[in-house]
Design a protein around this ligand. Structure first.
Ligand SMILES: [Zn+2]
Length: 404
């Protein structure tokens, strides 16, 4: 693993941090803000804020990205088209909440470029601030030498170790970890004014309440609109000592006119091309958010993991079948091939049965209508909760047999 020298700029404001925290969020003003190409291999980013905030800038490679983290910035109402009306040397842009108290902007770069000017002048009279970054084309070597996430232990810790409540006392209680897909800077699918991240959060909260009424203990990988890295989601399931991990999604999938609820389990080989694409897209979500966690992969002996997987795989499969049966009985509608598999990173716990549910696809008009309908959602929540209970009992009954 290569470690690159860090290009990080922490803006030192005249006020101390504590004083900054007392103030309101800095609003991003989409009107005058803009990212545009300049002459001679240049691009500039100009972001207008209602007040100055601490920020940092760094670069990531493969693919080349510029990342800016802001303390307490509010992006409400700003669209990508506001800031990037015409993709050029900056080909794509995402922004939004990242960690509690921090938001992030990630700009995809068409070519290797380095900032040669970074500043945030604050207007004395109005208090308004402008973040100005000027980028200039450089060689791939120069880019590689400058790229790398800042080494900031407190930041890395926050990314890698979201707090998980310990299992309840006398803990043979069944515990489910619910994982609302996407979040924060990563909205997931967007259609008809809805985002996958918001839909799945409210669905997960409703499912949690229903499961808790059934006496099941529930931990969420996120209960607000924040970004959670895939590794962190898996790590949280382990720390929670989960009996079952369920990732919840409602993606856009154009291939094959995907529609209807579908349950996915982990496998090295994808069941079909559409699923392979879906998994590949999800596995890139850390890259999309500029949260490339290097070296956090478990280097545990492969044989041990394989043994654990041998036992877990059929249990994940049985959980998926129970969920399909339950949702189907509740009226679905189900996908024409409701059980599928692929190499989803978020399902790679060796010892926790894990499934990913596409409750519906936002690319399907019918599914979109269903997902909008509170009654349909309530029926699906109940169906999924009942399926979890059914699988728990079935799995418990099989346990003595497996141990023989
Ligand atoms: Zn998704």
């Amino acid at each position: 693993m290569r470690l690159f020298p860090v290009l990080a700029v922490l803006c030192a404001l005249s006020q101390p941090l504590a004083a900054q925290e007392m103030t309101a969020l800095a609003r991003v003003d989409g009107g005058p803000s803009k990212i545009s190409d300049g002459w001679f291999g240049r691009a500039t980013l100009e972001l207008h804020l209602s007040q100055g905030v601490p920020f940092r800038v760094f670069l990531l490679e493969e693919p080349a990205r510029l990342v800016v983290d802001f303390r307490e910035a509010d992006w409400t109402g700003i669209t990508t088209a506001d800031l990037l009306p015409e993709p050029g040397r900056v080909t794509g842009l995402r922004f939004g909440p990242f960690q509690p108290g921090w938001s992030r902007l990630v700009a995809d770069l068409a070519e290797p470029m380095l900032p040669d000017e970074i500043g945030m002048p604050v207007d004395k009279a109005s208090g308004k601030a402008t973040l100005e970054i000027s980028l200039k084309s450089v060689s791939p070597e120069a880019f590689a030498a400058a790229a790398g996430a800042p080494v900031d232990p407190s930041w890395t810790m926050a990314l890698a170790a979201a707090p998980v409540p310990p299992p309840p006392p006398g803990s043979d209680r069944f515990r489910v970890v619910l994982d609302p897909g996407h979040g924060g800077i990563d909205p997931g699918a967007e259609a008809g004014g809805l985002t996958e991240k918001d839909l799945m959060l409210s669905f997960a909260l409703a499912l949690r309440d229903t499961l808790m009424r059934d006496g099941i203990d529930v931990v969420l990988t996120r209960d607000t609109d924040v970004f959670v890295a895939l590794e962190t989601r898996v790590a949280m399931a382990h720390r929670a000592e989960a009996d079952l991990f369920i990732s919840l999604h409602a993606d856009i999938l154009r291939q094959g006119g995907a529609k209807g609820a579908t349950v996915y389990t982990l496998s090295d080989e994808a069941s079909d091309t559409a699923t392979e694409h879906l998994a590949a897209r999800h596995n890139r979500s850390d890259i999309i958010a500029g949260a490339d966690l290097t070296g956090s992969d478990d280097q545990v002996a492969g044989i041990l993991l394989d043994l654990a997987r041998q036992e877990t795989e059929p249990r994940s499969g049985a959980a998926a079948k129970a969920l399909v049966a339950g949702m189907n009985a509740a009226g679905g509608p189900m996908n024409r091939q409701p059980l599928r598999n692929a190499g989803f990173s978020v399902l790679k716990s060796a010892d926790i049965p894990s499934v990913l549910i596409e409750i519906g696809f936002l690319s399907s008009e019918r599914d979109l209508d269903n997902l909008r309908d509170p009654i349909w959602r309530a029926v699906m929540v109940t169906a999924i909760a009942d399926s979890i209970v059914a699988w728990r009992d079935e799995d418990a009954a099989l346990k003595p047999l497996i141990r023989q």
